[in-house]
Design a protein. Structure first.
Length: 224
């Protein structure tokens, strides 16, 4: 991603979001680099360290992918939660993962996180993503949460002033945490390391035969 942003592909679309109820959204490689750098800076400002867990409880959106990539840039571990989960499956996974940061929207927070938040002793920061104009008012945020847009605006200012350096990682450092469905008992966490990206690259080249200019459509949810 950053390599493309630094090349002649900076203004090429990297991600496109289609929704029946909203206008199509797009992020170029340059925009995606800046937003993911900014999220990594936001995590560092919160004191989130490499190896600590950051979760999303979101429908597929730009914020979901910015969180995932920005978490990796900080050297932290990204964990997606399936947005159809109810409060108990959410609680189990946040507790088992000792998750410190959660990015979600106001509806999911009120229905699935607020009722069980007191039991999540490791969960320190909750960022609320909303398109509604009411989220421009910090007083409209649920108590004890942070505004995604406000956090990203502050981090972008730091980025443009000071720049950003991606955290150094080793091949076997943890990168992703995925949980099993829990259909046969307590959900189990599967950790993927940074070196696993080599397999993703090989799959992209040799199995999917993706080439520059191709469009890859993914219907699956990252937590599925």
């Amino acid at each position: 991603m950053d390599r493309h942003a630094a090349s002649g592909l900076a203004d090429q679309v990297a991600l496109r979001f289609l929704d029946r109820t909203r206008a199509t959204g797009e992020l170029t490689y340059a925009e995606l680099r800046e937003m993911t750098d900014a999220f990594a800076i936001a995590l560092r400002t919160m004191g989130v360290r490499p190896g600590e867990r950051v979760c999303t409880l979101l429908n597929r959106s730009s914020a979901l992918y910015v969180t995932a990539l920005g978490t990796l840039k900080n050297g932290s571990v990204y964990c997606p939660l399936f947005p159809a989960f109810g409060p108990e499956p959410v609680r189990e996974r946040l507790a088992l993962g000792s998750v410190r940061v959660l990015v979600t929207d106001s509806e999911a927070y009120q229905r699935k996180v607020a009722p069980i938040r007191d039991s999540l002793t490791a969960l320190e920061f909750i960022l609320i993503v909303d398109d509604g104009s009411e989220m421009a008012d910090p007083m409209a945020l649920p108590e004890g949460t942070l505004s995604w847009s406000g956090t990203m605006t502050a981090a972008t200012s730091v980025l443009r002033r000071d720049g950003f350096t991606i955290a150094a990682t080793r091949p076997q450092d943890p990168a992703l945490l995925h949980f099993t469905s829990g259909a046969t008992g307590r959900p189990k966490g599967a950790v993927h390391v940074h070196e696993a990206v080599v397999v993703h690259l090989a799959t992209t080249k040799f199995s999917l035969d993706l080439r520059p200019g191709d469009i890859f459509w993914c219907t699956a949810d990252p937590a599925g």
